[in-house]
Design a protein around this ligand. Structure first.
Ligand code: SF4
Length: 374
């Protein structure tokens, strides 16, 4: 088995972290059947540490796997139809879909066609991805993607390069070819050096024909709570306890789970239950506005604990809180009203900034943090 620290961890190529190997699973269209959820939870408890991350690209990461179990995990994921047989296809399947797609719609059709064309794409930087934001209203604007399929302002299907507010009007049948063409343009114009599409567009203009149709304004992402027959649950810090998730899925008698990039997951046709097993149904719960990476000891780069302290501080800082194990800021690489950054076993305090910005105070203990005014 090949493990690469710092690599985007796929199921075939897990990444080592402080709590063992991380294996990323990319559910097709972000959906798992109930059977797949229960199977994955069992794998996590049997071969991992019982924690599954819900990522900002609407994927799932099994944590805490030991190397000796990797082959068995792959077999079990394959039996659940949660694994591409070909590691190179799995690595390229960086596709995020609107969570509100339904059977037979444009998003499902595009997903089928785009997956089929992945082998024809040039080699792109590993972090590049595709958004299928073709539901009733676009909502994936803040989710990481470089090639965005959307309904334009005039209702036409567009392919929009991330970083431009205009797109290229295409027929749905031509979507794979348009994607291949745009990906080749990116590579042939030096995009690999820039790394991502939006960065590349800062110096390299798109062909004019690819910016003819204005994109629609983004709507707000989903919120925790009921949505018709479905129930949307918040997962604090994007962390799913596998036993709790299995119990919730069983109790709600749901038909399937859909991942979102907002630390929320949607259970289809879910019955209302009194015990939500620690998952959040109140959209105003301040824990949903608190960010915290896995911190110490799960991440080898961290020198401080993050999530317990974030849970304690979140109600006092409802405007937004970020506790980051180090200045990399994985959980929220954006400004927050209050950011606490681990450094050499203590916390630095940044106001209205990023984790890597100049702190206003340094060297705070966990007890000091409890007295910070809101
Ligand atoms: S921000 Fe630092 S400590 Fe937290 S997960 Fe990322 S690398 Fe690890």
């Amino acid at each position: 088995m090949r493990t690469i620290k710092g690599w985007c961890p796929g199921a075939h190529r897990p990444m080592m972290s402080g709590d063992g190997l991380i294996a990323r699973i990319r559910p097709r269209l972000g959906r798992l059947t109930t059977e797949q959820v229960l199977g994955l939870c069992d794998i996590s408890c049997t071969h991992g540490n019982g924690i599954i991350d819900l990522t900002s690209r609407a994927n799932l990461q099994m944590r805490g796997m030991v190397e000796a179990n990797h082959a068995m995990v792959l077999d079990r994921l394959a039996a659940l139809d949660l694994l591409d047989a070909d590691p190179s296809v799995e690595a390229r399947r960086n596709i995020i879909a609107t969570p509100l797609w339904h059977s037979g719609d444009m998003t499902e059709r595009l997903h089928h066609d785009i997956v089929a064309c992945l082998p024809a794409l040039p080699d792109l930087p590993a972090k590049m991805g595709i958004a299928l934001d073709t539901g009733p209203t676009p909502m994936l604007g803040a989710a990481s993607a470089d090639f965005r399929f959307e309904q334009g302002g005039d209702g036409a299907l567009i392919l929009r390069a991330d970083g431009s507010n205009r797109g290229w009007a295409i027929d749905a049948d031509d979507a794979p070819q348009a994607l291949i063409e745009m990906a080749h343009w990116f590579c042939n114009t030096g995009g690999r050096m820039a790394g991502r599409m939006a960065h590349h567009l800062l110096t390299t203009p798109l062909p004019p024909d690819w910016e003819t149709h204005l994109a629609r304004p983004m709507t707000n992402p989903l919120q925790a709570g009921r949505l018709n027959e479905a129930q949307i649950f918040g997962a604090p810090f994007g962390s799913l306890n596998a036993r709790a998730l299995a119990a919730l899925v069983t109790d709600t008698k749901t038909t399937g789970l859909r991942c979102t990039p907002w630390r929320l997951f949607l259970l289809e046709e879910a019955e209302t239950v009194a015990d939500t097993h620690g998952f959040v149904t109140d959209a105003n719960d301040p824990i949903l506005r608190a960010h915290a990476c896995s911190g110490a000891p799960a991440c080898a780069s961290a020198t401080v604990e993050t999530r317990t302290i974030a849970r304690v501080l979140a109600p006092k800082h409802p405007k937004g809180l970020h506790v980051s194990g180090c200045s990399k800021g994985c959980a929220h690489p954006r400004p927050a009203p209050l950011t606490l950054v681990g450094d050499n076993g203590a916390y630095d305090l940044v106001e209205n900034g990023h984790p890597w910005d100049q702190p206003r105070k340094r060297g705070l203990s966990a007890d000091d943090l409890k007295t910070i005014p809101d």
